[in-house]
Structures are given as C-alpha cells and as structure tokens.
Design a binder for this molecule. Sequence first.
Ligand SMILES: *[C@@H]1O[C@H](CO)[C@@H](O)[C@H](O)[C@H]1NC(C)=O
Ligand SMILES: *[C@@H]1O[C@H](CO)[C@@H](O)[C@H](O)[C@H]1NC(C)=O
Ligand SMILES: *[C@@H]1O[C@H](CO)[C@@H](O)[C@H](O)[C@H]1NC(C)=O
Ligand SMILES: *[C@@H]1O[C@H](CO)[C@@H](O)[C@H](O)[C@H]1NC(C)=O
Ligand SMILES: *[C@@H]1O[C@H](CO)[C@@H](O)[C@H](O)[C@H]1NC(C)=O
Length: 457
Amino acid sequence: MISPVSMLRFYVFISFMCLARADTGETCPSFTRLSFHSALVGTGLNVRLMLYTRRNVTCAQTINSSAFENLNVTKKTTFIVHGFRPTGSPPVWMEDLVKALLSVEDMNVVVVDWNRGATTVMYNHASSKTRKVATVLKEFIDQMLAKGASLDDIYMVGVSLGAHIAGFVGEMYHGRLGRITGLDPAGPLFNGKPPQDRLDPSDAQFVDVIHSDSDALGYKEPLGNIDFYPNGGLDQPGCPKTILGGFQYFKCDHQRSVYLYLSSLRESCTITAYPCDSYQDYRNGKCVSCGASQNQSCPLLGYYADNWKDYLREKDPPMTKAFFDTAEEKPFCMYHYFVDIITWNRNIRRGDITIKLRDKAGNTTESKINHEPTTFQKYHQVSLLARFNQDLEKVAAISLVFSTGSVIGPRYQLRILRMKLRSLAHPERPQLCRYDLVLMENVETVFQPILCPKLQM
Ligand SMILES: *[C@@H]1O[C@H](CO)[C@@H](O)[C@H](O)[C@H]1NC(C)=O
Ligand SMILES: *[C@@H]1O[C@H](CO)[C@@H](O)[C@H](O)[C@H]1NC(C)=O
Ligand SMILES: *[C@@H]1O[C@H](CO)[C@@H](O)[C@H](O)[C@H]1NC(C)=O
Ligand SMILES: *[C@@H]1O[C@H](CO)[C@@H](O)[C@H](O)[C@H]1NC(C)=O
Ligand SMILES: *[C@@H]1O[C@H](CO)[C@@H](O)[C@H](O)[C@H]1NC(C)=O
C-alpha cells in the first residue's frame, strides 16, 4: 500500500527530475517570442545576448558581461541588432543571417535580442529605448575589451532602429569600432536629426548602409561612408504596390535591405553598385567608371563592401552614394551592359529600346530601357545602360525593338549605323557589334552579332 506521503515524494522527485533535465538538457535558448497581446500592452526593456559560433551554429548560448561561454575575444565578433517589432514575433531572417555569417567567416555572432522593448504597437515607445540598448551593449563590449578584445574586430549589423543603436554604441567609442552596417536605418523620428542622434559615418571606422524604403520606414539621407540605394532606394521590385498585398505591403521594401545583405553572403553572384549623384544619372548610364582610376572595380553591396573602405574614407567628405538595380527575387543580381548606338536618321528620334539576348542553349534574357525616352541624333553615339537578369556568357543572337510609345500616327524607323554590346561586369569579354540595321517601330529585329574590330574607338 502506497502512502499519500510517498506518493507526494514520488511527484516531487519526478518534478525535480524534469526541472533538472530542463536545466542541463538539450534545449537551446531562442529569441524571445511574444504575442500580439504584448505588443498591445507594451513591454519593458530586457536585452538578451545570444552567442552563436561555428561550434554551435544552430544552438545559442546566452551570454552576459560576466558569462562569456564560448565567446573567444581574439576573434571577430558580429552583433546583429534588430529593430521595431510591432507584433512580438522573432525576425524571420535572423536564423538565416546567423548561419550565413558563420558560413563565410569563423567569428562570434551575437544576436542582440531586445524583443522585450521593441515589441509594442507604439513605434515611439520602441524608439525611446534605443539609447538604453546601446548602453547595455557598451557595458558588454567594455568587458570584452577588458578580456583582450580589440575594437577593430567588433562589427555591428543593425536593422532599422538597430542601425541607430549601433550608431549610438559606435559614438560612445568615438568611432573606433571596426564597422557598422545599417540595413534600412529607421527614418521616422530620426529623419533630419543631427549626427549624434542617429547613425553617421563617424560612428565606426567604416559605415555602410543599404536604403531600401527611404520613402516610408527607412531613412532618406546618406548616413555612412557608402550608402547603397537599390532600385533608387524607394520601392523594391517584387514588393506589393498596394495595401491589397497585406502585411507585406508595409514591410517588404524595408526588409529587402536584409535580404540583399544576406544574398551577398551566400549567393554565387555579386551585386555591384555604381557610385553616382542620383538614381537618374545611374539609369542614364552616366556612372559606370568606379573610383579614381578606370582600373578600379565598382563597390560590392553587403558583407564585402569594406573592400572599398580605404578609398571611400579618403574622400572629402568621406561619403559616397551608390546605385544599382536588382531583380525581384533572390539572388537579386542584375548584369549590366552598355548598348552603344549610332544612328543616321536625318531627324532626331526619341523612343525606348528593348533588347533581348539569346545564347546557343536557348536561354534568353531581356532588358527594357524605358525609364525615359532616349534621344537619337544623327552620328551621335548614345550609350544605354541595359540590365539583364541573366548573364549569358556567349550571346548567339540579339533582338532589338524600337518604340516611340505612340499607338496612332506614323510608324517611325530607327536607322542604326552601328550598335555595340559590352559587358560592364566583364570588360574583358569580347564586345559584340552589328552594322547597318533599320528598326521598324514596334517590330522585333533579330540578328547575329559579330565581334567588334579590336582597337575601335
Ligand atoms: C552549444 O550550446 C549549448 C546550449 O547553450 C551548450 O550547452 C553546449 O555546451 C554548446 N556546445 C558546444 C560544443 O560548445
Ligand atoms: C550571467 O549569466 C550567468 C549564466 O547564465 C548567470 O548565472 C548570471 O546571473 C548572469 N549575470 C548577470 C549579471 O546577468
Ligand atoms: C581563440 O581564437 C584564436 C584565433 O582564432 C585561436 O587561436 C584560439 O585557439 C582560440 N581559443 C580557444 C580557447 O578556442
Ligand atoms: C590595374 O590593376 C592591375 C592589377 O590589379 C595593376 O597591376 C595595374 O598596375 C593597375 N593599373 C593602373 C593604371 O592602375
Ligand atoms: C542555359 O540553359 C541551360 C540548359 O537549359 C542551363 O543548364 C543553364 O544553366 C542556362 N544558363 C544560364 C546562364 O541561365
């Protein structure tokens, strides 16, 4: 007969065993998950630091200034700082970003989980906590330095509000932090603020920024040594244009900055950006030589942007804007070509050009150059910037369509003396030419290009 007392003991024992297992067991700490209810009532600030290393790519260790666990201070340490969380859910890209960073370099990745604080429907409440998060990070980094870490090896990737948090930390170290990457730094309540109240180029040895939603959630003006404006920085291809797109309508453009950065870590293609004063000038093909010498390659977006660090910091002021277009989905890369056209129509012609390339295997890729009508003037060469989703190595056929956009009235012809196609990403590839061609308006003209004669001016 089992007495009630021994029954009780048994239960206590079992409960104890369960607790003990939970304490030492296999469960990995994970990013704070809150409900929408928390967002409605608001949350008090609590900053958790979670360490990931190559030894533990999928399982975090909670660390703090007195418990470093596997954090090896002689290695590079990358902090990922998220932004405003209006629903309380963990950022969907966090796990991918951690893995991608660890896949390219043996480093410490520290996820700064301030979900308690960032979760609120009131953006200004989250924003008001950014200084406090920065102070917590400063305390932690101070301990790292005390243990022998170097500020040169500290890298912060800040998303939205997180970008300004990174800026505040950097400012407390007078710009000696190694690097800050701002992914669409938050605009509301920060636009127009003086440098000490936002991310700015003096916050780290190198500051690079991607602006993907600068007309809504993101910051408008440049904030770093280099500011990348994908597709002009306002609206991103593939994102919903209307509220019918649901929740994506609000965050897709903003989040694209993170996906572009991610793509720099894991895709085979690299996204090249073109330093330029405006998106318009970039689209018009005015900004394709990068840097001081023709020799210099153009800056790369994302993780490897710091290859350009020394050059960018020498400029006065040390700030550069860079533009590029992307595809709708990952890996986002586009391949830039110049289409040089010389015409001999007696009168000036204005219109758009659509160019299609095909290789022997039958792959095709198309570029519409229609952001503004091109002016073709007798014997003047115009250089059009064409952007393709695919990079066909050996082009077997080219097709061109000329269009003035008018549906009524006369159909025009464009008399081409010479057209030349040259790859910007691969200037060493042979340039392709075609001479004496007449394009009938809106009629596709297909031809086989020939190699351009060498040494042609
Ligand atoms: C991985 O992380 C878990 C959970 O924090 C920890 O218990 C374990 O010791 C770590 N493993 C290694 C190899 O560091
Ligand atoms: C730091 O973490 C250790 C181990 O998780 C914990 O025992 C300690 O209380 C923490 N210290 C602070 C100051 O939070
Ligand atoms: C810390 O990292 C350095 C450099 O990568 C390495 O030489 C050293 O063995 C590491 N220390 C530990 C305890 O893993
Ligand atoms: C161009 O780059 C190559 C290789 O990086 C270098 O050897 C050469 O000196 C450079 N030329 C100029 C004009 O800068
Ligand atoms: C072209 O097509 C072939 C066969 O369909 C395919 O294997 C290849 O990946 C394609 N190349 C490009 C650049 O898309």
